[in-house]
Write a protein that binds this ligand. Structure first.
Ligand SMILES: [Zn+2]
Length: 239
C-alpha cells in the first residue's frame, strides 16, 4: 500500500474521496435494503404501513419518508401503496400510517367504494406508478355503511346522489345475517370493494396474476387508532 502523507494536498484529496466513497456506499446499502431500484415489494410496503400505524397508535409521529433516497418528489412520485379509503375527515391515510407526502396514492370517496373513477385512478397507480400494494381501508362508525344498513332494513334511501353510495355498499352487506353488526358490515364492505376492484379492472387483475400487486382490505378503528388488516387468506394476490 502506497504511503500518502496525510498533510499533503494529494493525501487530503485521497482522504476526502475515500470518505465520499464510504458515505456513498453506505447510502446505497441503506437504499438497497429498502428499495430495489425504484421497486418496493408488497411485503416491504405492508411492513412500513404496519410500523407506521403502530407509531400512530402510540402517538410517536415520525412521518417516515419511504421515497427512494435518490429520488425527489418535485420531479415525480414513487408511492409505496395505493389506499382506497372513506372521505370521512378522520380517515386520512398519511396520518393513520404515519408516512410522508409522496408515499401513498390516495383514492377517497364516501364508503370506500369502487366505481369507474376510483378504478381509473387506481389503474394509473398500478399500471404507471407500479405500486406493489393496494389497501382498501374501511373504518369504524362509517356513516355511509350505516346508511346502507338502514336502506337495507327499511327501504329508506338518503336521497340525492348519496343514493349512489348506498347502492354501491348494499351488495357488500345484503348477504350478511339480518342482525349483523355495524363492524361486520364495515369489514364486509372493505372486502367487497377489494374483490370488485380486481374483478372490474383488467389492469389490476393482470398485475395481481403476475405477482406484481397484492390487494388487502383493512379496517381502521378511530378510537384505538389501530388498523386491522384482513387475514392472509382473505388478501388477494401478492408476492
Ligand atoms: Zn366512512
Amino acid at each position: 500500500m502506497t504511503h500518502i502523507d496525510p498533510m499533503s494536498r494529494r493525501g487530503f484529496l485521497v482522504g476526502l474521496a475515500g470518505t465520499a466513497l464510504a458515505v456513498g456506499v453506505a447510502q446505497r446499502v441503506a437504499a438497497a435494503e429498502d428499495h430495489d431500484g425504484d421497486t418496493v415489494t408488497s411485503a416491504q410496503s405492508l411492513r412500513w404501513l404496519r410500523r407506521g400505524n403502530a407509531r400512530w397508535v402510540r402517538r410517536d409521529i415520525k412521518r417516515a419518508d419511504h421515497t427512494p433516497p435518490y429520488r425527489d418528489i418535485t420531479n415525480g412520485q414513487w408511492p409505496i401503496a395505493s389506499v382506497v379509503s372513506c372521505a370521512d375527515s378522520r380517515v386520512n391515510a398519511e396520518s393513520v400510517f404515519d408516512v410522508a407526502q409522496g408515499n401513498l396514492f390516495n383514492v377517497r370517496n364516501a364508503g370506500n367504494v369502487g366505481g369507474d373513477i376510483s378504478i381509473g385512478s387506481i389503474e394509473y397507480s398500478v399500471g404507471v406508478l407500479k405500486v406493489p400494494l393496494l389497501v382498501v381501508l374501511g373504518h369504524s362508525s362509517c356513516g355511509a355503511v350505516v346508511a346502507a344498513q338502514r336502506a337495507l332494513r327499511t327501504g329508506e334511501m338518503p336521497g340525492g346522489d348519496i343514493d349512489a353510495v348506498v347502492e354501491a355498499i348494499i351488495p357488500a352487506i345484503e348477504r350478511l345475517p339480518v342482525n349483523h353488526t355495524l363492524e361486520q358490515a364495515i369489514e364486509a364492505n372493505a372486502a367487497h370493494t377489494a374483490r370488485l376492484l380486481r374483478r372490474n379492472s383488467r389492469i389490476i387483475d393482470s398485475a395481481v396474476s403476475r405477482g406484481r400487486l397484492r390487494i388487502m382490505s383493512a379496517v381502521y378503528d378511530i378510537r384505538s387508532r389501530r388498523v386491522e388488516f384482513a387475514t392472509r387468506g382473505r388478501s388477494i394476490g401478492g408476492m
